[in-house]
Design a binder for this molecule. Structure first.
Ligand code: ADP
Length: 493
């Protein structure tokens, strides 16, 4: 694709009805990458109608799972064939270092391939017999697509978040309207191009970039959407859920987190430092599951902080396309201001700034900041309790297991958590006690397409990925048959 000034609706590239556009900016140098077509309510309506027609009348939900799987596989291959180019687009749009973008894009392709497999398996397991207590009847539970799905996604893993929703929805036989974030719309438009070249039938996937209130809100409110899948912030998620409530839409939400990482003092220090850093500095800390609250047992606390400071200062910061860079810019000027303000707030709240927070001396444009380590963070402070969504880690000491678990669970969020110790039984015990949808033992962040992903409490509703992700887009229909030769005999004896 050379330009991004059109929307993808009903298998065609079309200009927005009102002809609007917005700019997407490269956060490494604050220059405009492209003018992007801006959808408004009129375009959302056209996209939903196209998806509705494709669902009600088109071939997609009526194809076998194997036929759908073949097209999903082609989409996966379409991503792999252009991996380097797409990763470069992602770096320019989002800022992340190139090796991380390559990783994301490979995962996105893998996600289409994984759901291609599940689509194929649906042919054999769409119906499951249900044993009834009354043997005059037989019954099956049958999986069917939910219908037209709307997906609203964030800017931190643009293509991967699209894949997490598009791949299972399409595997299930749903049709979809996808609204990418206005900060990072480019790879979603590329995905439309790839899907169209993979001969996905018209109307099955519609891609409509636009601003949240102008394009996201009309999608959440549209009466012809059966299912709404959202990933983003808690306030927007709550708004989307309220909009969806009017038509009793099926809703799944993947929201924020303030995920704890408990490090016991029998941990090997460099291993702990490495995973703490990966848990919060990977992708600039713009990760919903980032382990941003670290609890370190007192016996290891000072030594670990010293080692963490040393390694954090070594992180190479710069344009994600520069070789060796491990930390790119924050995604946008607005987000940069929010993260800088959070750092100031942390200092004012009495947390000890160990390192970071300043603009690196060698970078005079772009939304760059040195990664931040805060120690002795008060438990009731804003920075300990609220999501910052940037490279800022908050650390506190603890004395014993019970205190660590209590402190870790003392949060309105419950997306992820991590625990590190050489004592396997203790790790197991703590993993069970943590109130979070994802618990990592002796690591933080590795994410697998096969395993369920989602949060407790304010972190969301429902699970993505694995078979759970497919179930998000499936209804269950009971089909029950009267098998007996005997008359029912209620009214007519
Ligand atoms: P952030 O503030 O980090 O950008 P959001 O949760 O606001 O996170 O954004 C996630 C997604 O939600 C984006 O695609 C955004 O455009 C969309 N969005 C924002 N506001 C609304 C809204 N009122 N209704 C629906 N979608 C919205």
């Amino acid at each position: 694709m050379n330009s991004y000034d059109q929307l993808f609706i009903d298998g065609r590239w079309v200009a927005p009805v009102k002809g609007g556009a917005f700019q997407t900016i490269n956060p490494s140098n604050e220059t405009v990458i492209a003018d992007v077509a801006a959808a408004t309510a009129e375009d959302i309506d056209l996209a939903v109608k196209a998806a509705r027609r494709a669902f009600d009348e088109g071939p997609w939900p009526r194809m076998s799972g194997a036929e759908r799987g073949a097209i999903l596989r082609k989409i996966g291959k379409g991503i792999r064939d252009r991996l380097d180019e797409l990763a470069t687009i992602e770096v320019r749009d989002n800022g992340k270092p190139l090796p991380e973008a390559l990783w994301d894009l490979g995962d996105a392709a893998g996600c289409f391939e994984f759901y291609a497999d599940l689509a194929e398996q649906l042919d054999a397991n769409a119906e499951q017999p249900v044993k009834l207590a009354d043997d005059r009847f037989s019954s099956v539970a049958r999986k069917e697509p939910v219908g037209v799905a709307g997906a609203i996604i964030p800017w931190n893993f643009p293509m991967l978040m699209a894949a997490w929703k598009v791949a299972p929805a399409l595997a299930a036989g749903c049709t979809m309207v996808l609204k990418p974030s206005e900060l990072t719309p480019l790879t979603s438009l590329e995905l439309a191009d790839i899907a169209s070249k993979a001969e996905l039938p018209s109307g099955v996937l519609n891609v409509v970039p636009g601003l949240g209130p102008d394009a996201g809100a009309p999608l959440a409110e549209h009466p012809d959407i059966d299912k709404l899948a959202f990933t983003g912030s808690v306030p927007t998620g709550s708004r989307v859920m309220q909009a969806a409530a009017r038509d009793i839409k099926n809703v799944s939400l993947e929201l924020g987190g303030k995920s704890p990482f408990i490090v016991f003092d029998d941990s090997e220090i460099d291993t702990a430092v490495e995973w703490i850093m990966f848990g919060i500095f990977w992708n600039q800390g713009e990760v919903c599951s980032a382990t941003s609250r670290v609890l370190v047992q007192r016996g290891l606390y000072d030594r670990l902080l010293a080692r963490l400071e040393e390694e954090t200062r070594k992180i190479a910061i710069g344009d994600g396309l520069t070789e060796g860079v491990l930390l790119g810019p924050i995604v946008s000027g607005g987000q940069y201001e929010k993260v800088l303000a959070a750092v100031e707030r942390g200092k004012a709240e009495g947390a000890r700034l160990v390192t970071g927070g300043a603009r690196p001396a060698h970078l005079d444009s772009g939304y760059f900041m040195e990664p931040v380590v805060f120690a002795d963070v008060p438990e009731n402070s804003w920075i300990w309790r609220e999501e910052i969504f940037g490279p800022v880690v908050c650390i506190r000491p603890f004395d014993d297991e019970a205190e660590a678990v209590r402190s870790a669970n003392d949060s309105r969020f419950g997306l992820a958590a991590a625990v590190m110790s050489r004592d396997a039984a203790r790790c197991e015990r703590v993993a069970h006690a943590l109130r979070a949808g994802i618990v990592w033992i002796n690591c933080s962040q590795p994410t697998f397409t096969e395993a369920p992903w989602g949060g407790y409490k304010h972190s969301g509703i429902g699970r993505e990925l694995g078979e759970w992700g497919l179930n998000n887009y499936l209804e269950i229909k009971q089909i029950t048959r009267y098998d007996s030769d005997k008359p029912w005999g209620w009214y007519i004896k």
